[in-house]
Design a protein. Structure first.
Length: 260
């Protein structure tokens, strides 16, 4: 283990529960990011969101006072689109998600369909307008042979005043209705997401620190892909969750201000 948490070349930060909660920056974020940049460290924001494009995340970070470029951001949504472009260019995707997903797929030429009998894949993200009709369409596509792709495995999304069901809750409904299992999970902690993140940072995994608030995604993501990891206790999980899930981070931080 490095002597200090400031010893890495690349820093990957989750967003919800790590950098911000709702529309509020969390303690120590700005000073820590400024200090890392002044020291020549590379920073990449890696989020499992499917309700915002990279452009939308960039705008939000800018409004909160964090200067960055679109290229400093990866989302589960854009990585899902990359996966279709790279491995499934002929796919016809029945999407269960919000406007950001529709925009992302359309912008980069991933074909979508509303016909469950013509769909080759069902891509699922967080959808706050999820309905019985959408469940039925997705079920029909899966029972007709389409493969189920989960944009991320998050069961819930933390908010300032609680939480809402996230992608995995909808995935489980579709699995139950169709008697089919997920074919691929794209978001953290997947190896594919890690590959895209490390390509951007251009460092070996062991030169990078993954910082996040969720053991099952952020910490598992770093551990499984050769990075060092830090759990920050400002979001979804606590020290108790480390014990319950048996997934151990290299560092546990009260806030990002402890990166020094």
């Amino acid at each position: 283990m490095p002597k200090g948490i400031f010893a890495f070349d690349g820093y990957l930060f989750d967003l919800d529960g790590t950098v911000y909660a709702g529309n509020q920056l969390l303690p120590g974020v700005l000073s820590t990011i400024d200090k890392l940049r002044e020291s020549g460290k590379s920073i990449l924001f890696v989020t499992n969101t499917t309700t915002h494009t990279r452009e939308g995340v960039h705008e939000r970070l800018s409004q909160l006072g964090i200067a960055c470029s679109k290229e400093d951001i990866l989302t589960a949504l854009c990585v899902s689109r990359m996966y279709f472009q790279e491995y499934l260019p002929e796919a016809k995707v029945l999407m269960i998600g919000e406007q950001a997903m529709k925009n992302e797929l359309a912008q980069y030429g991933v074909e979508t369909t509303n016909d469950p009998l013509g769909a080759t894949h069902v891509l699922v993200g967080l959808d706050r307008q999820f309905t019985y009709e959408k469940l039925t369409l997705g079920m029909s596509a899966l029972r007709n042979g389409a493969q189920l792709i989960a944009a991320n495995p998050d069961p819930f999304c933390p908010l300032e005043d609680g939480a809402i069901p996230d992608t995995w809750s909808l995935v489980k409904a579709l699995e139950t209705a169709s008697s089919q299992s997920v074919y691929k999970v794209i978001g953290k902690p997947s190896e594919y997401y890690a590959k895209k993140a490390l390509e951007k940072l251009a460092f070996a995994p062991e030169a990078c620190l993954m910082v996040g608030d969720r053991v099952s995604t952020d910490i598992c993501f770093g551990n499984a892909n050769g990075m060092y990891t830090a759990l920050v206790l400002t979001g979804a999980d606590s020290r108790k969750d480390i014990m319950l899930q048996g997934i151990k981070p290299d560092y546990v931080l009260a806030s990002l201000s402890e990166i020094k």
